[in-house]
Ligand binder design. Sequence first.
Ligand SMILES: *[C@@H]1O[C@H](CO)[C@@H](O)[C@H](O)[C@H]1NC(C)=O
Length: 126
Amino acid sequence: MKVSLTVCMILCLTSIVHADQGKAVFFEPPYSPSACYGTQSYGNMVAGVSDALWNNGRACGKSYRVKCIGGANEAPHPCKNGNTAVVKVVDYCKAGCQGIINLSKHAFSTIADPDAGIIQVEFNEV
Ligand SMILES: *[C@@H]1O[C@H](CO)[C@@H](O)[C@H](O)[C@H]1NC(C)=O
């Protein structure tokens, strides 16, 4: 009883702490070719990630649930009410990338107003 409580405290805490935060930008279609899959298309809910997540291409194919948590510039209230988007990593956002994650415009506009251009997000691998 005491042990399982302790285990839950550790696991439950880990799953909360696990969400990372960073900035997200977006890019316009077409969403291929991509650094991971060449000309093969993986639909509209895709993203590129910068060095912090890219891990030499091992990020390819991973899925992230992304949620807008605030603005990252002077644009007021860019977030769309608690919406989340699940995106598949298909691309590399090169050095100079302004965000940790470069979302397809489809994904970005699901969670925020694209007029903002850049937003603060919370994300975790799913
Ligand atoms: C986002 O990705 C697109 C397509 O790979 C790229 O052209 C664009 O420069 C990236 N945006 C940023 C801010 O790096």
